[in-house]
Design a protein around this ligand. Structure first.
Ligand SMILES: Cc1cc2nc3c(=O)[nH]c(=O)nc-3n(C[C@H](O)[C@H](O)[C@H](O)COP(=O)(O)OP(=O)(O)OC[C@H]3O[C@@H](n4cnc5c(N)ncnc54)[C@H](O)[C@@H]3O)c2cc1C
Length: 489
Protein backbone atom coordinates (compact mmCIF):
# COMPACT_ATOMS: atom_id res chain seq x y z
CA UNK A 1 0.00 0.00 0.00
CA UNK A 2 1.33 3.47 -0.88
CA UNK A 3 0.64 6.38 1.47
CA UNK A 4 0.84 10.02 0.47
CA UNK A 5 2.36 13.02 2.23
CA UNK A 6 3.25 16.57 1.29
CA UNK A 7 6.44 16.13 3.28
CA UNK A 8 8.43 13.14 4.52
CA UNK A 9 11.06 13.91 7.16
CA UNK A 10 13.91 11.43 7.66
CA UNK A 11 15.06 11.49 11.28
CA UNK A 12 13.31 12.62 14.48
CA UNK A 13 16.19 14.57 16.02
CA UNK A 14 15.88 18.31 16.77
CA UNK A 15 16.24 19.36 13.10
CA UNK A 16 13.66 16.91 11.75
CA UNK A 17 11.13 17.49 14.52
CA UNK A 18 11.38 21.28 14.36
CA UNK A 19 10.76 21.12 10.61
CA UNK A 20 7.92 18.60 10.98
CA UNK A 21 6.14 20.67 13.61
CA UNK A 22 6.48 23.91 11.68
CA UNK A 23 5.35 22.34 8.39
CA UNK A 24 2.40 20.58 10.05
CA UNK A 25 1.33 23.89 11.60
CA UNK A 26 1.32 25.33 8.09
CA UNK A 27 -1.23 22.69 7.13
CA UNK A 28 1.04 20.24 5.26
CA UNK A 29 0.59 16.50 5.71
CA UNK A 30 3.83 15.29 7.29
CA UNK A 31 5.29 11.81 7.90
CA UNK A 32 8.39 11.51 10.11
CA UNK A 33 10.45 8.32 9.85
CA UNK A 34 12.86 7.50 12.67
CA UNK A 35 15.08 4.44 12.75
CA UNK A 36 15.59 4.49 16.54
CA UNK A 37 13.15 3.39 19.22
CA UNK A 38 12.57 6.91 20.47
CA UNK A 39 12.72 10.51 19.30
CA UNK A 40 15.63 12.89 19.89
CA UNK A 41 18.52 11.49 17.86
CA UNK A 42 21.79 12.56 19.48
CA UNK A 43 19.77 14.90 21.71
CA UNK A 44 17.65 12.10 23.24
CA UNK A 45 17.49 11.07 26.91
CA UNK A 46 16.92 7.74 28.62
CA UNK A 47 16.80 6.33 32.17
CA UNK A 48 19.71 5.07 34.25
CA UNK A 49 19.24 4.27 37.96
CA UNK A 50 16.23 6.56 38.28
CA UNK A 51 17.82 9.54 36.45
CA UNK A 52 17.04 10.89 32.99
CA UNK A 53 20.46 11.03 31.32
CA UNK A 54 21.58 12.43 27.96
CA UNK A 55 23.88 11.15 25.24
CA UNK A 56 26.85 13.06 26.64
CA UNK A 57 26.66 16.49 28.20
CA UNK A 58 23.99 18.63 26.52
CA UNK A 59 23.09 22.30 27.11
CA UNK A 60 20.79 24.42 24.96
CA UNK A 61 22.37 27.70 23.91
CA UNK A 62 19.73 30.43 24.42
CA UNK A 63 21.13 32.33 21.43
CA UNK A 64 18.08 31.40 19.35
CA UNK A 65 15.85 33.60 17.20
CA UNK A 66 13.06 35.05 19.33
CA UNK A 67 10.27 33.15 17.57
CA UNK A 68 11.92 29.76 18.20
CA UNK A 69 12.65 30.59 21.83
CA UNK A 70 9.07 31.79 22.31
CA UNK A 71 7.76 28.55 20.76
CA UNK A 72 9.90 26.42 23.07
CA UNK A 73 8.90 28.43 26.12
CA UNK A 74 5.23 28.20 25.26
CA UNK A 75 5.51 24.42 24.82
CA UNK A 76 7.65 23.71 27.87
CA UNK A 77 6.75 26.49 30.34
CA UNK A 78 8.76 26.38 33.56
CA UNK A 79 10.18 22.97 32.62
CA UNK A 80 12.66 24.85 30.42
CA UNK A 81 15.03 26.02 33.13
CA UNK A 82 17.73 28.68 32.92
CA UNK A 83 20.94 27.31 34.38
CA UNK A 84 24.48 28.70 34.66
CA UNK A 85 27.60 26.91 33.49
CA UNK A 86 29.59 25.52 36.36
CA UNK A 87 32.37 23.44 34.85
CA UNK A 88 36.04 22.78 35.52
CA UNK A 89 38.86 22.23 33.07
CA UNK A 90 42.15 20.50 33.71
CA UNK A 91 45.13 22.75 32.87
CA UNK A 92 48.40 20.96 33.58
CA UNK A 93 47.64 19.29 36.91
CA UNK A 94 45.15 21.91 38.17
CA UNK A 95 41.38 22.12 37.86
CA UNK A 96 40.23 25.64 36.97
CA UNK A 97 36.74 27.05 36.57
CA UNK A 98 35.52 26.72 33.00
CA UNK A 99 34.51 28.88 31.16
CA UNK A 100 37.65 30.60 32.48
CA UNK A 101 37.60 33.38 35.06
CA UNK A 102 40.83 35.39 34.61
CA UNK A 103 41.74 35.92 38.29
CA UNK A 104 41.11 32.34 39.23
CA UNK A 105 43.00 31.11 36.19
CA UNK A 106 45.99 33.27 37.12
CA UNK A 107 45.93 32.05 40.74
CA UNK A 108 45.44 28.40 39.94
CA UNK A 109 47.87 27.94 37.10
CA UNK A 110 51.36 26.84 38.02
CA UNK A 111 53.77 29.81 37.83
CA UNK A 112 55.95 28.68 34.94
CA UNK A 113 53.25 27.72 32.42
CA UNK A 114 51.33 30.88 33.41
CA UNK A 115 54.35 33.08 32.69
CA UNK A 116 54.91 31.27 29.43
CA UNK A 117 51.24 31.53 28.45
CA UNK A 118 51.29 35.27 29.28
CA UNK A 119 54.42 35.75 27.18
CA UNK A 120 52.78 33.85 24.32
CA UNK A 121 49.69 36.01 24.61
CA UNK A 122 51.76 39.18 24.33
CA UNK A 123 53.70 37.75 21.42
CA UNK A 124 50.50 36.82 19.56
CA UNK A 125 49.37 40.47 19.56
CA UNK A 126 52.29 41.68 17.43
CA UNK A 127 53.01 38.70 15.25
CA UNK A 128 49.77 36.72 15.58
CA UNK A 129 47.50 38.52 13.12
CA UNK A 130 49.64 37.70 10.11
CA UNK A 131 50.08 34.09 11.22
CA UNK A 132 46.36 33.72 11.85
CA UNK A 133 45.60 35.01 8.37
CA UNK A 134 48.18 32.66 6.84
CA UNK A 135 47.24 29.59 8.93
CA UNK A 136 46.52 26.48 6.91
CA UNK A 137 45.57 23.97 9.61
CA UNK A 138 43.91 23.71 13.01
CA UNK A 139 47.38 23.49 14.60
CA UNK A 140 48.71 26.61 12.87
CA UNK A 141 45.61 28.66 13.66
CA UNK A 142 45.41 27.69 17.33
CA UNK A 143 49.19 28.08 17.83
CA UNK A 144 49.08 31.53 16.23
CA UNK A 145 46.04 32.59 18.27
CA UNK A 146 46.90 31.10 21.67
CA UNK A 147 50.65 30.62 21.53
CA UNK A 148 52.55 27.34 21.79
CA UNK A 149 52.06 26.83 25.56
CA UNK A 150 48.25 26.84 25.55
CA UNK A 151 48.23 24.88 22.29
CA UNK A 152 50.45 22.15 23.75
CA UNK A 153 48.67 22.04 27.11
CA UNK A 154 45.06 22.24 25.99
CA UNK A 155 44.21 22.32 22.31
CA UNK A 156 46.64 19.79 20.84
CA UNK A 157 45.78 16.87 23.15
CA UNK A 158 42.06 17.74 23.08
CA UNK A 159 41.99 17.71 19.26
CA UNK A 160 43.81 14.38 19.13
CA UNK A 161 41.31 12.81 21.52
CA UNK A 162 38.18 14.34 20.03
CA UNK A 163 38.86 13.79 16.33
CA UNK A 164 41.60 11.14 16.41
CA UNK A 165 43.77 13.23 14.06
CA UNK A 166 46.77 15.43 14.81
CA UNK A 167 46.20 19.19 14.72
CA UNK A 168 48.40 19.51 11.60
CA UNK A 169 46.10 17.16 9.66
CA UNK A 170 42.91 18.98 10.64
CA UNK A 171 41.44 21.59 8.31
CA UNK A 172 41.29 25.13 9.61
CA UNK A 173 37.46 25.00 9.35
CA UNK A 174 37.34 22.73 12.40
CA UNK A 175 38.86 25.49 14.53
CA UNK A 176 36.64 28.15 12.98
CA UNK A 177 33.48 26.15 13.66
CA UNK A 178 34.42 24.80 17.05
CA UNK A 179 36.34 27.28 19.19
CA UNK A 180 34.47 30.18 20.78
CA UNK A 181 37.45 32.44 20.13
CA UNK A 182 40.56 31.81 18.13
CA UNK A 183 42.97 34.04 20.01
CA UNK A 184 44.19 34.29 23.56
CA UNK A 185 42.96 37.88 23.73
CA UNK A 186 39.54 36.91 22.44
CA UNK A 187 39.35 34.21 25.13
CA UNK A 188 40.47 36.67 27.82
CA UNK A 189 37.85 39.21 26.79
CA UNK A 190 35.22 36.48 26.95
CA UNK A 191 36.43 35.33 30.35
CA UNK A 192 36.30 38.88 31.73
CA UNK A 193 32.75 39.14 30.37
CA UNK A 194 31.91 35.82 32.05
CA UNK A 195 33.13 37.05 35.41
CA UNK A 196 31.22 40.34 35.15
CA UNK A 197 27.97 39.22 33.52
CA UNK A 198 26.69 35.87 34.67
CA UNK A 199 24.15 36.00 31.80
CA UNK A 200 26.93 35.01 29.41
CA UNK A 201 27.14 31.69 31.29
CA UNK A 202 23.41 31.00 31.03
CA UNK A 203 22.02 28.01 29.20
CA UNK A 204 18.64 26.33 28.93
CA UNK A 205 17.96 22.84 30.15
CA UNK A 206 14.69 20.91 30.50
CA UNK A 207 13.72 19.59 33.93
CA UNK A 208 13.31 16.01 32.66
CA UNK A 209 16.56 15.75 30.71
CA UNK A 210 17.66 17.26 27.41
CA UNK A 211 15.52 14.76 25.51
CA UNK A 212 12.39 16.43 26.89
CA UNK A 213 12.93 19.08 24.23
CA UNK A 214 12.45 16.62 21.37
CA UNK A 215 9.76 14.67 23.21
CA UNK A 216 7.78 17.92 23.54
CA UNK A 217 8.37 18.82 19.89
CA UNK A 218 7.19 15.34 18.86
CA UNK A 219 3.99 15.75 20.89
CA UNK A 220 3.40 19.17 19.34
CA UNK A 221 4.05 17.88 15.82
CA UNK A 222 1.59 15.00 16.34
CA UNK A 223 -0.96 17.42 17.75
CA UNK A 224 -0.56 19.53 14.60
CA UNK A 225 -1.29 16.42 12.53
CA UNK A 226 2.16 14.96 11.75
CA UNK A 227 2.62 11.19 11.88
CA UNK A 228 5.76 9.88 13.55
CA UNK A 229 6.91 6.33 13.01
CA UNK A 230 9.61 5.00 15.29
CA UNK A 231 11.67 1.91 14.49
CA UNK A 232 11.13 2.89 10.84
CA UNK A 233 14.22 3.15 8.66
CA UNK A 234 14.15 4.87 5.29
CA UNK A 235 15.50 2.23 2.92
CA UNK A 236 15.21 3.72 -0.51
CA UNK A 237 14.33 7.03 -2.19
CA UNK A 238 13.38 7.25 -5.86
CA UNK A 239 13.42 10.83 -7.06
CA UNK A 240 11.60 12.10 -10.16
CA UNK A 241 10.40 15.44 -11.49
CA UNK A 242 7.09 15.35 -9.57
CA UNK A 243 8.20 14.08 -6.18
CA UNK A 244 9.91 11.30 -4.25
CA UNK A 245 8.89 7.70 -3.53
CA UNK A 246 10.17 6.62 -0.13
CA UNK A 247 10.38 2.97 0.92
CA UNK A 248 10.75 2.16 4.57
CA UNK A 249 11.30 -0.95 6.63
CA UNK A 250 10.96 -1.92 10.27
CA UNK A 251 14.40 -1.30 11.80
CA UNK A 252 16.05 -3.47 14.46
CA UNK A 253 14.50 -1.08 17.03
CA UNK A 254 10.95 -1.55 15.83
CA UNK A 255 9.99 -4.14 18.46
CA UNK A 256 11.19 -2.05 21.39
CA UNK A 257 9.64 1.11 19.90
CA UNK A 258 6.28 -0.63 19.65
CA UNK A 259 6.55 -1.91 23.22
CA UNK A 260 7.20 1.59 24.54
CA UNK A 261 4.02 2.92 22.95
CA UNK A 262 3.79 6.73 22.83
CA UNK A 263 5.14 7.82 19.48
CA UNK A 264 5.72 4.25 18.30
CA UNK A 265 3.08 5.01 15.69
CA UNK A 266 1.82 1.42 15.41
CA UNK A 267 -1.46 2.64 13.98
CA UNK A 268 0.53 4.70 11.48
CA UNK A 269 2.19 1.54 10.17
CA UNK A 270 -1.21 0.04 9.60
CA UNK A 271 -2.49 3.22 7.92
CA UNK A 272 0.61 4.26 6.05
CA UNK A 273 2.17 1.06 4.71
CA UNK A 274 5.80 0.79 3.71
CA UNK A 275 5.82 3.11 0.68
CA UNK A 276 5.10 6.81 0.76
CA UNK A 277 4.79 9.12 -2.20
CA UNK A 278 6.07 12.52 -1.00
CA UNK A 279 5.89 15.97 -2.53
CA UNK A 280 9.17 16.79 -0.78
CA UNK A 281 11.70 15.03 1.49
CA UNK A 282 13.67 16.64 4.30
CA UNK A 283 16.62 14.43 5.18
CA UNK A 284 18.51 14.80 8.47
CA UNK A 285 20.28 11.43 8.22
CA UNK A 286 24.04 11.35 7.51
CA UNK A 287 24.54 12.73 3.99
CA UNK A 288 26.74 9.78 2.85
CA UNK A 289 23.88 7.45 3.83
CA UNK A 290 21.42 9.56 1.83
CA UNK A 291 23.69 9.10 -1.20
CA UNK A 292 23.57 5.32 -0.77
CA UNK A 293 19.77 5.19 -0.42
CA UNK A 294 18.83 7.39 -3.37
CA UNK A 295 18.20 6.70 -7.02
CA UNK A 296 18.94 7.86 -9.60
CA UNK A 297 22.27 7.22 -7.89
CA UNK A 298 24.98 9.73 -7.26
CA UNK A 299 27.63 10.07 -9.97
CA UNK A 300 30.97 8.33 -9.45
CA UNK A 301 32.72 11.42 -7.97
CA UNK A 302 29.96 11.91 -5.39
CA UNK A 303 30.00 8.22 -4.36
CA UNK A 304 33.76 8.36 -4.03
CA UNK A 305 33.46 11.62 -2.09
CA UNK A 306 30.99 10.14 0.38
CA UNK A 307 33.55 7.44 1.23
CA UNK A 308 36.06 10.14 2.13
CA UNK A 309 33.86 11.81 4.74
CA UNK A 310 34.77 10.38 8.13
CA UNK A 311 32.95 10.50 11.43
CA UNK A 312 34.34 9.92 14.89
CA UNK A 313 32.39 7.52 17.12
CA UNK A 314 31.88 7.84 20.87
CA UNK A 315 31.54 5.56 23.86
CA UNK A 316 29.39 6.87 26.67
CA UNK A 317 30.05 5.19 29.99
CA UNK A 318 27.34 5.88 32.59
CA UNK A 319 28.64 5.30 36.10
CA UNK A 320 26.21 4.95 39.00
CA UNK A 321 27.87 6.54 42.05
CA UNK A 322 26.54 5.84 45.56
CA UNK A 323 26.44 8.51 48.27
CA UNK A 324 24.74 11.62 46.90
CA UNK A 325 26.11 14.08 44.34
CA UNK A 326 29.71 13.50 43.20
CA UNK A 327 30.57 17.21 42.78
CA UNK A 328 28.66 20.49 42.36
CA UNK A 329 29.93 20.86 38.77
CA UNK A 330 27.95 20.15 35.64
CA UNK A 331 30.95 19.14 33.50
CA UNK A 332 34.65 18.31 33.95
CA UNK A 333 36.67 18.91 30.74
CA UNK A 334 39.82 16.81 30.33
CA UNK A 335 42.27 17.77 27.56
CA UNK A 336 44.98 15.58 29.20
CA UNK A 337 46.36 13.15 26.61
CA UNK A 338 46.94 10.29 29.08
CA UNK A 339 43.27 9.36 29.34
CA UNK A 340 40.89 8.92 26.41
CA UNK A 341 38.06 10.53 28.45
CA UNK A 342 37.26 14.05 27.19
CA UNK A 343 34.44 15.05 29.53
CA UNK A 344 32.65 13.85 32.65
CA UNK A 345 29.17 15.24 33.18
CA UNK A 346 26.75 14.89 36.07
CA UNK A 347 23.24 15.14 34.60
CA UNK A 348 21.54 15.94 37.94
CA UNK A 349 23.64 19.14 38.13
CA UNK A 350 22.32 20.37 34.77
CA UNK A 351 18.83 20.97 36.20
CA UNK A 352 16.77 21.35 39.28
CA UNK A 353 14.45 18.36 39.52
CA UNK A 354 12.75 16.97 42.61
CA UNK A 355 12.40 13.69 40.67
CA UNK A 356 16.14 13.00 40.81
CA UNK A 357 17.16 10.56 43.56
CA UNK A 358 19.41 12.14 46.20
CA UNK A 359 21.20 9.10 47.62
CA UNK A 360 23.19 8.48 44.44
CA UNK A 361 24.06 10.13 41.15
CA UNK A 362 24.95 9.15 37.59
CA UNK A 363 28.06 10.37 35.78
CA UNK A 364 28.59 10.22 32.05
CA UNK A 365 32.16 9.67 30.79
CA UNK A 366 32.62 10.63 27.10
CA UNK A 367 35.24 8.63 25.21
CA UNK A 368 35.63 9.46 21.50
CA UNK A 369 37.02 6.54 19.50
CA UNK A 370 36.89 4.82 16.11
CA UNK A 371 34.59 1.95 15.29
CA UNK A 372 36.52 -1.29 15.73
CA UNK A 373 39.43 0.11 17.75
CA UNK A 374 40.40 -1.26 21.20
CA UNK A 375 38.21 1.24 23.05
CA UNK A 376 35.19 0.49 20.90
CA UNK A 377 35.70 -3.23 21.59
CA UNK A 378 36.27 -2.82 25.36
CA UNK A 379 33.76 -4.56 27.64
CA UNK A 380 32.01 -3.06 30.68
CA UNK A 381 34.62 -4.31 33.19
CA UNK A 382 37.48 -2.82 31.18
CA UNK A 383 35.65 0.49 30.84
CA UNK A 384 34.81 0.54 34.57
CA UNK A 385 38.54 0.11 35.31
CA UNK A 386 39.41 2.83 32.82
CA UNK A 387 37.12 5.41 34.41
CA UNK A 388 38.19 4.44 37.95
CA UNK A 389 41.83 4.92 36.95
CA UNK A 390 41.06 8.25 35.21
CA UNK A 391 39.29 9.63 38.29
CA UNK A 392 42.10 8.49 40.60
CA UNK A 393 44.93 9.84 38.44
CA UNK A 394 43.32 13.24 37.86
CA UNK A 395 42.77 13.88 41.57
CA UNK A 396 38.98 13.91 41.30
CA UNK A 397 36.69 12.92 44.21
CA UNK A 398 36.51 9.21 44.89
CA UNK A 399 34.06 7.24 42.80
CA UNK A 400 31.80 4.84 44.74
CA UNK A 401 30.97 2.85 41.68
CA UNK A 402 27.87 0.65 41.87
CA UNK A 403 27.67 -0.32 38.20
CA UNK A 404 28.21 1.01 34.69
CA UNK A 405 26.11 1.06 31.55
CA UNK A 406 27.64 1.68 28.12
CA UNK A 407 26.24 3.27 24.93
CA UNK A 408 28.08 3.16 21.63
CA UNK A 409 27.30 5.82 19.02
CA UNK A 410 28.77 5.27 15.58
CA UNK A 411 28.62 8.63 13.79
CA UNK A 412 28.97 11.59 16.10
CA UNK A 413 31.70 14.07 15.21
CA UNK A 414 32.30 15.01 11.55
CA UNK A 415 36.09 14.97 11.09
CA UNK A 416 37.37 17.91 9.07
CA UNK A 417 40.61 16.25 8.01
CA UNK A 418 42.53 17.98 5.27
CA UNK A 419 40.82 17.22 1.97
CA UNK A 420 37.33 16.98 3.45
CA UNK A 421 36.21 20.21 1.74
CA UNK A 422 36.53 18.87 -1.80
CA UNK A 423 34.78 15.61 -0.86
CA UNK A 424 31.91 17.47 0.81
CA UNK A 425 31.55 19.90 -2.10
CA UNK A 426 31.22 16.97 -4.56
CA UNK A 427 28.55 15.33 -2.43
CA UNK A 428 26.63 18.54 -1.80
CA UNK A 429 26.72 19.39 -5.49
CA UNK A 430 24.92 16.13 -6.21
CA UNK A 431 22.32 16.53 -3.41
CA UNK A 432 21.53 20.04 -4.59
CA UNK A 433 20.85 18.73 -8.08
CA UNK A 434 18.07 16.46 -6.73
CA UNK A 435 14.60 17.97 -7.06
CA UNK A 436 12.31 17.70 -4.01
CA UNK A 437 15.06 16.56 -1.60
CA UNK A 438 16.73 18.82 0.98
CA UNK A 439 19.40 17.74 3.43
CA UNK A 440 20.13 19.55 6.70
CA UNK A 441 20.87 18.93 10.38
CA UNK A 442 24.21 18.09 11.96
CA UNK A 443 24.99 14.97 9.94
CA UNK A 444 22.87 16.01 6.95
CA UNK A 445 25.23 18.94 6.37
CA UNK A 446 28.31 17.24 7.88
CA UNK A 447 28.83 20.00 10.41
CA UNK A 448 29.64 20.02 14.15
CA UNK A 449 26.52 22.17 14.77
CA UNK A 450 24.59 22.01 18.02
CA UNK A 451 20.91 21.65 18.87
CA UNK A 452 20.02 25.34 18.61
CA UNK A 453 21.51 25.35 15.09
CA UNK A 454 19.63 22.16 14.19
CA UNK A 455 16.33 23.67 15.40
CA UNK A 456 16.99 26.79 13.35
CA UNK A 457 17.73 24.70 10.25
CA UNK A 458 14.40 22.91 10.71
CA UNK A 459 12.53 26.21 10.89
CA UNK A 460 14.39 27.64 7.89
CA UNK A 461 13.70 24.54 5.80
CA UNK A 462 10.00 24.60 6.69
CA UNK A 463 9.93 28.31 5.80
CA UNK A 464 11.49 27.60 2.41
CA UNK A 465 8.86 24.90 1.76
CA UNK A 466 6.03 27.22 2.80
CA UNK A 467 2.73 25.63 1.86
CA UNK A 468 4.35 23.18 -0.55
CA UNK A 469 6.31 25.20 -3.15
CA UNK A 470 10.05 24.92 -2.49
CA UNK A 471 11.84 28.30 -2.52
CA UNK A 472 15.43 27.51 -3.50
CA UNK A 473 16.55 31.14 -3.27
CA UNK A 474 15.35 31.42 0.32
CA UNK A 475 17.08 28.14 1.19
CA UNK A 476 20.38 29.18 -0.43
CA UNK A 477 20.39 32.34 1.67
CA UNK A 478 19.70 30.29 4.80
CA UNK A 479 22.54 27.90 3.89
CA UNK A 480 24.91 30.86 3.65
CA UNK A 481 23.92 31.89 7.17
CA UNK A 482 24.52 28.33 8.47
CA UNK A 483 28.19 28.57 7.43
CA UNK A 484 28.63 31.26 10.12
CA UNK A 485 27.57 28.89 12.93
CA UNK A 486 30.10 28.49 15.70
CA UNK A 487 29.88 25.79 18.35
CA UNK A 488 30.80 26.93 21.87
CA UNK A 489 33.00 24.50 23.76
C1 LIG B 1 28.47 13.88 23.07
C2 LIG B 1 27.62 14.98 22.48
C3 LIG B 1 27.47 16.17 23.18
C4 LIG B 1 26.69 17.20 22.65
N1 LIG B 1 26.51 18.34 23.37
C5 LIG B 1 25.66 19.28 22.93
C6 LIG B 1 25.36 20.43 23.73
O1 LIG B 1 25.86 20.62 24.83
N2 LIG B 1 24.48 21.34 23.23
C7 LIG B 1 23.87 21.18 22.03
O2 LIG B 1 23.06 22.02 21.65
N3 LIG B 1 24.14 20.11 21.25
C8 LIG B 1 25.03 19.17 21.66
N4 LIG B 1 25.31 18.07 20.88
C9 LIG B 1 24.83 18.05 19.49
C10 LIG B 1 23.37 17.70 19.34
O3 LIG B 1 23.10 16.45 19.92
C11 LIG B 1 23.11 17.69 17.83
O4 LIG B 1 23.47 18.93 17.29
C12 LIG B 1 21.66 17.47 17.48
O5 LIG B 1 21.16 16.29 18.04
C13 LIG B 1 21.57 17.37 15.96
O6 LIG B 1 20.25 17.20 15.60
P1 LIG B 1 19.86 16.62 14.19
O7 LIG B 1 18.39 16.55 14.17
O8 LIG B 1 20.56 17.38 13.14
O9 LIG B 1 20.51 15.15 14.11
P2 LIG B 1 20.34 13.85 15.00
O10 LIG B 1 20.06 14.20 16.41
O11 LIG B 1 21.54 13.02 14.70
O12 LIG B 1 19.04 13.14 14.37
C14 LIG B 1 19.09 12.41 13.17
C15 LIG B 1 18.13 11.24 13.31
O13 LIG B 1 18.10 10.48 12.08
C16 LIG B 1 17.86 9.13 12.41
N5 LIG B 1 18.19 8.25 11.27
C17 LIG B 1 19.42 7.88 10.83
N6 LIG B 1 19.29 7.05 9.76
C18 LIG B 1 17.97 6.91 9.51
C19 LIG B 1 17.21 6.20 8.53
N7 LIG B 1 17.78 5.46 7.58
N8 LIG B 1 15.85 6.30 8.57
C20 LIG B 1 15.23 7.05 9.53
N9 LIG B 1 15.91 7.73 10.48
C21 LIG B 1 17.26 7.67 10.47
C22 LIG B 1 18.77 8.93 13.63
O14 LIG B 1 18.37 7.79 14.37
C23 LIG B 1 18.56 10.24 14.38
O15 LIG B 1 17.52 10.13 15.34
C24 LIG B 1 26.08 17.03 21.38
C25 LIG B 1 26.23 15.83 20.69
C26 LIG B 1 26.99 14.82 21.23
C27 LIG B 1 27.12 13.53 20.49
Amino acid sequence: MTGRADLVVLGAGPAGLAAAWYAARRGLSVDVLERAETVGGMAASFDVAGFRVDLGSHRLNPDLPENILADLRSLMGSDLQTRYRNGRLLVGDRWVTYPFKPRELAKAMPTVPMARAAFDALATTWRGKKQIAAADSYAELMRAGFGPTMYKQVYEPYAAKLWGVTGDDIDIDQARRKAGSQTMWGALVRSVRNSIASESLAYLYPRRGFGQLCETLADAAMEAGARIRLGAAAEHLTVDAEGVSVSLARSEFHGSAAERGGWSGEQHWAEGGTDIRAGHVFSTIPVPLLARLTSPGAPYEAVEASGKLRFRAILLVYAVHAGGRWTGCDVHYIPDGDTPVTRISEPANHRFSPDDPTERTVLCFEIPCDIGDDLWAADEDQLANLIRETVRRLGLPQLNLEWVQVKRMRQVYPIYHKGYREALADLEGWVESLPHVTTFGRLGLFTPDNTHHALLMGYEAADALGTGQWDQQMWSEARDRFTQHVVES
